[in-house]
Design a binder for this molecule. Structure first.
Ligand SMILES: Nc1nc2c(ncn2[C@@H]2O[C@H](COP(=O)(O)OP(=O)(O)OP(=O)(O)O)[C@@H](O)[C@H]2O)c(=O)[nH]1
Ligand SMILES: [Mg+2]
Length: 337
C-alpha cells in the first residue's frame, strides 16, 4: 500500500488505477491510504457537471477537457451513474463520447456505479476525487446524472457546478422542481443547434431572476442587462450571478465562452473568500457524514442482532414505542462505553 501511494504521488497511472479500485471498494487499509494522501490534496479545481439524462454532460466534459489540455492542465474525470447498478452501457457510451481524450497521458477517466446506498456512492466519489487530487490532476470533472439529493450532495464536493439543460423536454420545469438551479454556478444550454434553445436560455434567465438567492435580492438592470449589485455586507465583492452559456458540445461551439465563465467563477471564489467559507462547509458536511456512519457501525457492532429483533417485536406488539426503543438501544451502548 505504501508503495502504491508513493507511486501514485509520482504520477504512476497503473498505481493510480489500482489505488482507486481499492478506495472505491472501501477495501481494508483504505482509511490509512487516504490519510497518507490527504496532505497532498486541496490543489485541484473540482468542477461538477450535472443535469437530466442525455443533455450532453459527457460531451461537454469531453470538450472542456480538450480545452483545459490545450492550456496544459491535467484533467481527471469521474463519471457517477447512480441510476444503474451495472452501468456498463453508460460507461461504454462515455468511452465513445470522450474518445478524443483516449491515449492522452494528461487525462484520467473513471466511471463509478452504485454499490449499496447512494450515501455510500457519495462517500466513494469523494474519496476517488481526493485520490485524483493527490495524484496531481489540476482540474477534476465530476459528472452526475439527474436531479436528486445524491446530485446535490456530490455537487457540494465541487467548487464550481455546471448545470446542463437542453432545449425541449421541459427541462426548465424539472430544474425548478428539483431545486437544481440553486446549486448552479454556471448554466449551460447545450444542443443549441436544436430548435428552442433560445427559449430555454430565456426561461432559465427568467427563473434565475426570480429564484436564485443572489438574483432575488441583489440584481438590478443596467443597460437592459442583469448585473449584480454590490453586497452591502462586504462592500467590494459583488455576488455571483450564474451566467447562461449556449453550447454545441460535439462541435466545440460555445466552449470558449464556457471556459471564460468557469474562470470567472474561479476568480470570484478566490476574491470573495467564498472558497474558504465553502470549504469549511464541505468539511463540516463530511465530518457529520462520517461521524454518522462511524457511530452507526459502532452501534451495530455492540448491540447483538437478537436485541434488535426483540426490540422490533416489542414495537410491533405495541409494548414499546419507537422513541423509547431508541433510548433502550442507546442505553446499552452507554453501558459498554
Ligand atoms: N445535436 C446535438 N447533439 C448533442 C449535443 N451534445 C450531445 N449530443 C448528443 O446527445 C447524446 C447524449 O450525449 P451525452 O454527452 O452522452 O449526454 P449525457 O448528459 O452525458 O448523457 P447521460 O450521461 O446518459 O445522462 C449523444 O448522442 C450526443 O452525441 C449537441 O450539442 N447537439
Ligand atoms: Mg454521460
Amino acid at each position: 500500500m505504501e508503495q502504491l501511494v508513493q507511486a501514485t504521488l509520482q504520477g504512476d497511472r497503473r498505481a493510480l488505477a489500482r489505488l482507486l479500485t481499492t478506495v472505491e471498494n472501501a477495501r481494508e487499509g483504505t482509511d490509512h491510504t487516504l490519510a497518507a494522501l490527504f496532505p497532498h490534496t486541496g490543489r485541484a479545481w473540482i468542477i461538477g457537471v450535472t443535469g437530466s439524462p442525455g443533455t450532453g454532460k459527457s460531451s461537454l466534459v469531453n470538450a472542456l477537457a480538450k480545452a483545459f489540455r490545450r492550456r496544459e492542465q491535467t484533467v481527471g474525470v469521474v463519471a457517477v451513474d447512480p441510476t444503474s447498478p451495472f452501468s456498463g452501457g453508460a460507461i461504454m457510451g462515455d468511452r465513445i463520447r470522450m474518445r478524443d481524450l483516449a491515449g492522452d497521458k494528461g487525462v484520467f477517466i473513471r466511471s463509478m456505479a452504485t454499490r449499496g446506498s447512494l450515501g455510500g456512492l457519495a462517500r466513494a466519489t469523494r474519496d476517488v476525487i481526493r485520490v485524483l487530487d493527490a495524484a496531481g490532476f489540476g482540474v477534476i470533472f465530476v459528472e452526475t446524472v439527474g436531479a436528486g439529493q445524491s446530485e446535490v450532495d456530490i455537487a457540494r464536493t465541487a467548487q464550481t457546478t455546471i448545470v446542463v439543460e437542453a432545449p425541449g423536454l421541459g427541462d426548465e420545469v424539472q430544474a425548478i422542481k428539483a431545486g437544481i438551479l440553486e446549486i448552479a454556478d454556471v448554466l449551460v444550454v447545450n444542443k443549441a443547434d436544436r430548435p428552442g434553445a433560445d427559449n430555454t436560455a430565456r426561461a432559465l434567465r427568467a427563473m434565475l431572476e426570480m429564484g436564485h438567492p443572489a438574483a432575488r435580492e441583489q440584481l438590478a438592470r443596467h443597460h437592459g442587462q442583469l448585473v449584480a449589485v454590490e453586497s452591502s455586507a462586504n462592500g467590494s465583492v459583488p455576488l455571483w450571478v450564474p451566467p447562461v452559456v449556449r453550447t454545441v458540445a460535439p462541435d466545440d461551439q460555445g466552449i470558449d465562452e464556457l471556459m471564460t465563465a468557469l474562470e470567472a467563477h474561479r476568480q470570484h471564489l478566490r476574491e470573495s473568500e467564498a472558497a474558504v467559507r465553502l470549504e469549511r462547509q464541505r468539511i463540516e458536511i463530511e465530518l457529520y457524514d462520517r461521524l454518522e456512519a462511524a457511530l452507526m457501525a459502532r452501534l451495530l457492532a455492540t448491540v447483538p442482532d437478537d436485541v434488535f429483533a426483540e426490540v422490533i417485536r416489542r414495537i410491533q406488539r405495541r409494548e414499546l414505542d419507537p422513541h423509547a426503543a431508541v433510548e433502550t438501544i442507546l442505553a446499552r451502548l452507554d453501558q459498554r462505553a
